[in-house]
Design a protein around this ligand. Structure first.
Ligand code: KG4
Ligand code: ZN
Length: 370
């Protein structure tokens, strides 16, 4: 079947330079024709975290050939594209500007529409790249800069049910990993260290235990774990601490998700909300969704509450351009396009109303990726 949309996606909001070509046919079938992700991990590793200036420069140097490689792998010319989608935020603004202006240049030169995509919307649709996953669904988005629960009704239609009041889940993994002397990025390194560890050896605080709602908090856990890490010396102890940390993060994610499942089910049965079938779907996305223990805890929680469970394959958990291309294709199908005046945005909440009315953070105190 002739594809309805063939979209080039561009992602440069943090430390991955990525380009992808995604086709969506008239029945909504999705094919990732190419997905190239060039990681800058080695550039940033000596500094223990992402350095914005280094990231922006590396994106400038790589973006043209990463796009060329994606087009070549997809086996198409620019004439075959029905649109170009570029991340326009939130993220490190120097990097976002590189990808967005490249997207604008391609759109102008080829006379095709531009879609300025919210990076978080990319993560929100990422499970739809490979799974037959209809809207609506309950989404847990867990990455280096974000930790939130969203009722997702479609692109551009998200309601935030909860969010972190301090660190993101990935940030907690990264900071505690650093305290344990593990290399950047800490999440995968901590997961590897935790293998075979005894999670019961160290008691860690259960954040927001008495607090209602679906918000998260990881800063107490981070402080407690860092303090234990200072006095831990043996390899066994380090492994047990890593297992305890991973367990505590996964437990909090699962517990808040279970609360959100209750809220979501109630919202869905409300007569004002149109139902796309009575199915209850729970989806996890973002870099931390790559963690096997986190995935297993969330799968159990979903099944306990009568929700299906979907997570993207590992290659689409972390930052990639296929998810940006798909969000762009879905927007194009709805006629949602952007002009050459689209701006790069360091902050860009998915649910702007909730961010305005119920801020979980005091502006200016968030991490770089937020
Ligand atoms: O989605 P992502 O690639 O970038 C952002 O948009 O933030 O997420 C990166 C985050 C990092 O904090 C990284 O440590 C974490 O995801 N991460 C993991 C694992 N793989 C990546 N955390 C725990 N376990 C993992 N296996
Ligand atoms: Zn991301």
């Amino acid at each position: 079947m002739r594809p309805q949309q063939t979209v080039l996606g561009i992602e440069t909001s943090c430390d991955e330079t990525a380009a992808a070509v995604v086709r969506v046919d008239a029945d909504g079938g999705v094919e990732v024709a190419a997905s190239i992700v060039l990681s800058q991990v080695d550039d940033h590793a000596p500094f223990g975290g992402v350095v914005p200036e280094i990231a922006a420069r590396a994106h400038v140097e790589a973006i043209d050939w990463v796009i060329a490689a994606a087009m070549e792998r997809a086996g198409i010319d620019f004439e075959a594209l029905t649109g170009v989608a570029a991340t326009a935020g939130p993220g490190l603004v120097g990097g976002v500007m590189v990808g967005l202006s490249t997207g604008k240049a391609i759109a102008l030169a080829r006379g095709i529409p531009l879609v300025a995509v919210n990076h978080l919307e990319g993560h929100a649709v990422s499970a739809r790249l490979t799974a037959d996953l209809p809207y609506p669904f309950l989404l847990l988005l867990i990455s280096g800069g974000h930790c939130q629960l969203l009722d997702v009704e479609g692109v551009g239609r998200c309601t935030r049910l909860g969010a972190t009041i301090d660190d993101a889940a990935g940030e907690a993994f990264d900071k505690i990993a650093k305290a344990l002397g593990l290399p950047y990025p800490g999440g995968p390194a901590l997961e590897a260290l935790a293998r075979g560890g005894d999670a019961g050896r160290f008691a860690l605080p259960n954040a927001l235990a008495g607090r209602e709602g679906c918000d998260f908090s990881f800063s107490g856990l981070k402080t407690a774990a860092a303090r234990i890490a200072e006095r831990v010396t043996g390899e066994d102890e380090r492994r047990d601490l890593a297992a305890a940390v991973q367990g505590a993060i996964a437990r909090q994610l699962a517990e808040r998700s279970e609360r959100a499942m209750g809220v979501y089910a109630e919202r869905r049965s409300a007569p004002l909300l149109p139902l796309g079938g009575r199915d209850l779907r729970f989806v996890v996305a973002g870099g931390v969704a790559a963690n096997a223990h986190v995935r297993a805890m969330l799968r159990d929680a979903a099944h306990r509450h009568g929700f299906s469970f979907t997570a993207p394959p590992l290659e689409y958990c972390g930052d990639n351009a296929a998810m940006i291309a798909l969000a762009g294709a879905e927007r194009l199908a709805l006629g949602l396009v952007d002009g050459m005046d689209a701006v790069a945005r360091p902050r860009w909440p998915l649910d702007e109303a909730a961010a305005r009315d119920r801020p979980t953070h005091i502006p200016g105190r968030k991490g770089a990726k937020a």
